[in-house]
Design a protein around this ligand. Structure first.
Ligand SMILES: C[S@@+](CC[C@H](N)C(=O)[O-])C[C@H]1O[C@@H](n2cnc3c(N)ncnc32)[C@H](O)[C@@H]1O
Length: 278
């Protein structure tokens, strides 16, 4: 039986202790951990798992954590979900700055923008885009899709640990987020324009046309063949003049799949479908 060394799960049922126990087990059994303080999104996700199990079983969260001591498979499930969905608000700041600066040049002010966050995880990327476009006074819709039902549920809730605000421009936090019980909730102004849907991109990609597609840090989870298929299908859903954004480390791979680079700044390259030859 697995034991979290020195862990106790008795005491107040705030959930914090239960989260600590689960994280300690994840570290002891599967080497999951970070060199510094545990990021808030990790604690959030573990808490949600425990809450969900608690709701299903009728046990307290501490009791659910105690059960984990005997259930290595459940701990492994938690670790897998933690390793898969890492994301954060305003990830790759330079890219967001360039999009903000060049938005009007790329897409005239009167155009209502359609944006897809493909592989949106828990929603931070889609909401970052929502904040950016609201700040730019644009009319828009953002659709976030992910194959993980759990991630989509979190995205719809739009509530994050306080430290999620760390990288968001402070003026946006002030304007677009509300404080709720020490946590951060994306406000209605942005939430109303951002939707989420469960979708396995290997099976289907959402129908466009989209002006911007964010397809970042997802290729990693797809085979070469599936990745190529998904990237090509997504590119086909771009509006004329539309752009696909990946993580910087993925640009080369997407180029090798036939997408054309479009350099927006020294360190920021977007992609678009190959020119259609007459
Ligand atoms: C590392 S997160 C990236 C989140 C966000 N795009 C970012 O860059 O911060 C990768 C996400 O891709 C999702 N994903 C992996 N394969 C997928 C698929 N076939 N269809 C939809 N989503 C997928 C995972 O569930 C996970 O939430």
């Amino acid at each position: 039986m697995a034991r979290a060394k020195g862990s106790s799960v008795s005491g107040p049922d705030s959930g914090d202790r239960a989260v600590d126990v689960a994280l300690k087990l994840a570290e002891e059994l599967f080497g999951f951990g970070s060199s510094g303080a545990t990021p808030g999104w990790v604690r959030d996700r573990v808490r949600r798992y425990l809450e969900h199990q608690s709701y299903r079983s009728g046990l307290s969260m501490n009791a659910v954590a105690r059960e984990l001591l005997k259930d290595k498979t459940a701990v492994e499930q938690i670790v897998t979900s933690l390793r898969v969905g890492e994301t954060r608000f305003y990830r790759d700041g330079a890219q967001w700055e360039v999009i903000e600066r060049q938005l009007e040049k790329l897409f005239p002010a009167d155009v209502e923008l359609a944006v897809l966050s493909a592989g949106c995880s828990t929603g931070e990327e889609a909401y970052t885009m929502g904040m950016l476009l609201t700040a730019a006074r644009r009319r828009f819709r953002v659709l976030g899709v992910d194959r993980s039902a759990e991630a989509i549920a979190v995205a719809r809730e739009a509530t994050y640990g306080r430290e999620a605000a760390r990288d968001i421009p402070p003026a946006w936090v002030e304007r677009f987020c509300d404080e709720q019980n020490g946590r951060l909730r994306v406000g209605l102004l942005v939430r109303n324009a951002v939707e989420f849907e469960e979708c396995d991109l290997v099976k289907r990609v959402p129908q466009g046309p989209f002006h911007i597609i964010l397809f970042k840090n997802v290729l990693l989870y797809l085979t070469t063949q599936a990745g190529e298929q998904v990237a090509t299908r997504l590119a086909n859903e771009l509006e004329d003049g539309g752009l696909l954004f990946s993580a910087a480390s993925e640009v080369l791979r997407l180029r090798s799949m036939g997408l054309e680079p479009f350099r927006l700044a020294q360190t920021v390259t977007a992609l678009r479908p190959p020119k259609r030859r007459p």
